[in-house]
Design a binder for this molecule. Structure first.
Ligand code: G4P
Length: 521
């Protein structure tokens, strides 16, 4: 079999719920030739397409809890859009997806500007050094002034915005955009529901002025102001995470979507070398390797299978190849690799660096694990994020205690939730720590359906966690309102009821080292 020579772009969309991520995803798929579609992309009830059916809860709510990937081709490049679960509730999965991509698209609602969840996700991107493209969406309806939006981006996330297009006409009275790269007017024509491919028409500046008059002149002024402020795209600064190119779009009306695809091909980074734990790197052209960024169980109640989603980091994946599981040194047969999940499962034959594969029967694979062929390699584990929600779990029927313990253990290993323990709490009532409260519901549902161990969850009044030095743990645990517990990896976490209590402790006990965990905290 010959290697697939097409270049790759692997990215995720970060946004706050309702900014238009599902709409954009559909619009992107419409523009491009969809190659493979992983089940969970169209997560909203009533939408066309495929809602994965792995859990009743998911179906009942019409949301997608699972992460999957959509693969399509644009101008000869294979684009992988890795889905971030799209619900108001956050989970660690949302963060982990960002370890599987090479860049991010930050989707901002023109009327709402930067919102909390976008900011949280942006912080993870910044930590991981992911370059970010910004799309201001919903420009077809009233919104903020474009300069105000740029200010928000610069002030709140610290990236200098470098608009590649500039709106002609205010939000809600949108004629199109000025393409700052060639000075042309990209005219926007409204279509019914944006159902067709991008209605974009390119006009010269003269034609533009004749067509929209003052709005064009104003856009030109905006463009000049930006240039005077040095807000022009610079590839090196974008890749280094200092600037963010910005475009103005209407996903619903299909405007700017083609521009975004072009931009991804023109400026977003291709899969590059992946750093390994030993300090070396694996180049895309080296032997096969991949790392698991998401594990999903209970997809199919009858078969109890476990699917590990892995991003190919190097080499070519061919179905049937036997790879080595770096954590155990054991061989792992990839007879059943697939890219499509949910109802329709399509077997994947080959995959290249940047692609996402689903490995079936992956009971041994955990989040953060590496699999490889040829020369051994091991990638660093995925960071555990700062939990903000805490609850104790106890088994409802003491006769099911053993199953409960096994279930908690497994869900901890899968990374569904972080399990914290302390002598004081005892084995009977571990503390579950989550980035988003929906993780608790997933735990409860899975303990009941897969382990037949219904649980009682009791929310605890903590809001933040800090790591504690082992030699200071006792002192911290003795403080009023603070509790210290251990994570599976041995890290000690102190839980605080709120920011005030934490500041109080820091002020009165400056010698205590209380370190924030990555993101969300
Ligand atoms: P999400 O996945 O980020 O949560 O957002 P989603 O795409 O579901 O979009 C949220 C709402 O915003 C939807 O309206 C959608 O139609 C609308 N929307 C998305 N992009 C645009 C845009 O460019 N312009 C305008 N005007 N609206 C946009 P809804 O009424 O909440 O849902 P629906 O009933 O239309 O699906």
């Amino acid at each position: 079999m010959t290697a697939d020579p097409r270049p790759r772009r692997t990215f995720a969309v970060i946004s706050h719920p309702d900014a238009g991520k599902s709409t954009l995803t559909e619009a992107l798929a419409l523009h491009a030739a969809v190659i493979q579609e992983a089940g969970a992309v169209h997560g909203k009830a009533g939408r066309k397409g495929t809602v994965s059916d792995w859990m009743e809860m998911e179906r009942a709510r019409g949301i997608s809890i699972t992460s999957a990937a959509l693969q399509f081709e644009h101008r000869g490049t294979v684009v992988n859009l890795v889905d971030t679960p799209g619900h108001a509730d956050f989970s660690e999965d949302t963060y982990r997806v960002l370890s599987a991509v090479d860049s991010a698209v930050m989707l901002v609602d023109a009327a709402k500007g930067l919102e909390p969840q976008t900011l949280k996700l942006f912080r993870v991107c910044a930590q991981r050094g992911l370059p970010v493209l910004t799309v201001v969406n919903k420009w077809d309806r009233p919104g903020l002034d474009p300069f105000e939006l740029l200010d928000q981006v610069e002030q709140q996330i610290g990236l200098k915005p470098t608009p590649l297009t500039w709106p002609v006409g205010a939000a809600g009275d949108f004629h199109g955009v000025l393409d700052r790269r060639d000075g042309h007017f990209v005219r926007f024509t409204r279509t019914a529901g944006g159902a067709t491919r991008a209605p974009e028409e390119h006009l010269t500046p003269e034609q533009a002025e004749a067509a929209v008059g003052d709005d064009w002149v104003e856009a030109l002024e905006g463009h000049e102001l930006l240039s005077a402020d040095d807000a022009d795209h610079d590839q090196a600064s974008y890749l280094a995470g200092r600037t963010t190119p910005v475009i103005f779009a209407s996903a619903l009306q299909n405007f700017g979507v083609g521009q975004l695809l072009d931009l991804l091909l023109d400026v977003a980074p291709a899969p590059g070398p992946t750093p390994a734990v030993d300090g070396g790197v694996r180049e895309p052209g080296d032997d096969f390797s991949a790392f698991v960024f998401k594990v999903q169980s209970g997809l199919d109640a009858q078969h109890r299978d476990r699917l590990a989603y892995a991003r190919v980091c190097s080499g070519r994946f061919e179905r049937g190849m036997v790879v080595t599981h770096a954590a155990t040194g054991r061989p792992f047969a990839t007879k059943y690799a697939q890219t499509v999940f949910g109802r329709d499962r399509t077997v994947v034959e080959t995959a290249e660096p940047g692609d996402v594969i689903g490995l079936v029967n992956a009971a041994a694979l955990k989040v953060g694990d590496t699999v490889y062929a040829g020369k051994p390699v091991r990638y660093p584990p995925i960071t555990s994020f700062a939990p903000e929600h805490f609850a104790t779990a106890t088994v409802a029927d003491t006769g099911r205690w053993k199953s409960f313990r096994r279930g908690i253990e497994q869900l901890d290993e899968e990374g569904v939730v972080q399990v914290l323990r302390s002598e004081w709490r005892g084995e009977q009532a571990p503390v579950l720590a989550a980035v988003g409260p929906m993780q608790f519901e997933v735990v409860a549902a899975r303990l009941e359906s897969e382990f037949r161990a219904p649980v009682r969850l009791e929310r605890l009044g903590y809001e933040l966690a800090r790591t504690v030095r082992p030699d200071q743990a006792e002192e911290v645990a003795g403080l009023r309102g603070v509790e210290v517990l251990a994570r599976r990896d041995g890290t000690l976490l102190a839980l605080f009821p709120d920011e005030w209590r934490l500041r109080f402790v820091q002020r009165d006990h400056p010698h205590l080292e209380l370190t924030a965990l990555p993101a969300g905290g």
